[in-house]
Design a protein around this ligand. Sequence first.
Ligand code: NDP
Length: 445
Amino acid sequence: MEVLDKILEDVKKRNPHEEEFHQAVEEVLKSLKPVLKRHPEYINSGMLERFLEPERQIMFRVPWIDDEGKSRVNRGFRVQFNSAIGPYKGGLRFHPSVYLGIIKFLGFEQILKNSLTGLPIGGGKGGSDFDPKGKSDNEIMKFCQSFMNELYRHIGKDVDIPAGDIGVGAREIGYLYGQFKRIKNAYEPGVLTGKGISYGGSLARKEATGFGLVYFVNEMLKEHNYNLKDKKIIISGSGNVAIYAAKKVSEFGAKVVAMCDSAGYIFDENGLDIDIIKEIKEVKRARIKTYLDYKKDAKYVDNQREIWTINCDIALPCATQNDITIKEAKLLVENNVFAIGEGANMPCTNEALDYFLENNILVAPAKAANAGGVATSALEMVQNSIRMSWSFEEVDEKLKEIMVKIFKDAKEAAEEYGVEGNYVAGANIAGFKKIAIAMMSQGVV
Ligand code: NDP
């Protein structure tokens, strides 16, 4: 469709040098072609162009003092992308690679992901180019407090509800919440999710993204008469998403043979011990290489990207964006992978995704497959509103139901629009339809 090429070209012109954002938009527009053919009013009304423009993007200075007493400065971001179906919701990422283009791609994807959960949450994302690696607890706290000194003006339980992402876990959310409470002089736990259990957090939130990914992948495999039992799995990353995906696939009888951090990967043909990785990463905050201190037979390779050279049945990229390019995609297919489950956001380049689909590899796309985290965040908000806490089992059961429903919606949308079995397109279409109807009903806002 020529008009879509023109819209994409405009997005690139209006948002120069934001490659990740362009990539995310391109992937979605490609999927939406059949929807837009059936609903030309989405284009003619200008709705599609509004959908691609964030409602608001905030950039701010984050000054803080390090342990040597030296003044430091970082850049903070919050992109409030779309509130058609609910208040902005999306995590905060602290990583040196963060710039506006990354926050915008994440915020854009979050709109569709949040829509897919079936819960009333809009899309947003935020973060900073602050690097938490090598910082003391005190420095992390100072940074989080300074970040919140600006962010608090823009968030609220009915306005915008941040959560964690890369570099932001329970510790950071705790510091952020403490400062928010101090500034506001009010106890409003619904303003942030991913909180500690003792002050309004939800059981199973920590596990939710990884568990949800596996629930989704399991549904997809069932649909094609496969299962997880005895399958050989590679997981990139060893953070929040990777660890709980690893735990859950192991419960389903699969074997995780390799995991990594940004420095390198560990490999054990007989399967990794996930509890050891959990201890290394969650308790010691050490490098994955430390695994060798526990298991002498494991192998460590000082190059994270080479993890994809290993033979496996299923690959779960759970680290960061563009982890699998066409080169790694070709290697994986050559090595007989049959399914990909995207735990990270946009872990495969568009070229890699196309290659997988052309080769009939099953792909569980990030927007759908990792939506369990934000869905459980929304359940945390519900518990905060009703001032009650549900048990781990209750939350996990709801999470499972949500993931099964997301799979069903993506599958049915793909069928309805003639791309059966393409869950990448199905997820984009299913997520978009609800947003489109809401935006069309709300006029030019
Ligand atoms: P964590 O910070 O807990 O872990 C990130 C992991 O990925 C670490 O092992 C990290 O290694 C590795 N990593 C980060 N950046 C790079 C890089 N540039 N190259 C190689 N490895 C890298 O983050 P999460 O587990 O929370 O997030 C992982 C992914 O999942 C992200 O894409 C995030 O957006 C997505 N996601 C997270 C959700 C959540 O609930 N947490 C929800 C939905 C999606 P190292 O420690 O060496 O930096």
